[in-house]
Design a protein around this ligand. Structure first.
Ligand code: ADP
Ligand code: MG
Length: 193
């Protein structure tokens, strides 16, 4: 499937809505194993994304992806801002030559891995992206697969990010960035159909 500016706009609107609705939950998840700001960070960032898209009304996919990346980098903050920003920046770069959605998401995943240095199993958003990207390429991305990937972070010990400071005490909690990334892919499923 091809990513168009129209599909991207709908995708971001659905994601922004989920983030806003689950803002308190995401920050609650970030409280025992972080600093309790993930929901607020993401809600601030996605509000900025929606505002930028409405005001600048980018006409081509590359400009739209770049605008999203810049809004996230400048407004989310924390560890997750630059990581989500990198994801959309990598999609923007590839989009001038390739607009295949699965290829773009794979480029985003590689960008997140390179920027944050996390691997699958480290209890970060990579645990969701690394399951969703190949599933999307194989036409196997489902709500169930997303939920399984998100839930798999619960029993992991964090090896990257703030949660890693807790060592074994990070076990038993969902990773907030994985939950928000789950919303991103659930939103995609909603607008794709
Ligand atoms: P901060 O940890 O700076 O307060 P947030 O709370 O907004 O930032 O985001 C935390 C989330 O960022 C984590 O739940 C995790 O999914 C993600 N994260 C943190 N460090 C990394 C990393 N090195 N690689 C990938 N994801 C990371
Ligand atoms: Mg935090």
């Amino acid at each position: 499937m091809e990513l168009t500016t129209d599909l991207l706009t709908k995708w971001m609107a659905a994601f922004a809505e989920k983030i806003e609705a689950n803002k308190a939950y995401l920050s609650d998840l970030d409280t025992p194993i972080g600093d309790g700001d993930h929901g607020n960070n993401m809600a601030r960032g996605m509000a900025a994304v929606e505002e930028a898209l409405a005001n600048k009304n980018p006409q081509d996919l590359t400009s739209a992806l770049k605008l999203i990346a810049m809004s996230l980098i400048s407004k989310v903050g924390g560890a997750s801002g630059p990581l989500y920003g990198t994801a959309f920046l990598e999609m923007a770069k590839l989009s001038s030559s390739n607009t295949d959605l699965a290829a773009l998401v794979d480029a985003a995943l590689k960008g997140i891995e390179k920027r944050g240095g996390a691997q699958p199993g480290d209890k970060t958003m990579v645990d969701v992206w690394s399951k969703a990207a190949p599933a999307l390429a194989n036409g196997e991305l489902t709500e169930e697969l997303i939920q399984e990937a998100v839930n798999s972070t619960k029993d992991m010990q964090a090896r990257k990010g703030r949660a890693s400071y807790l060592g074994e005490r990070s076990i038993g909690h969902l990773d907030p960035g994985s939950v928000s990334s789950g919303y991103l892919f659930t939103s995609l499923l909603e607008v794709e159909g």
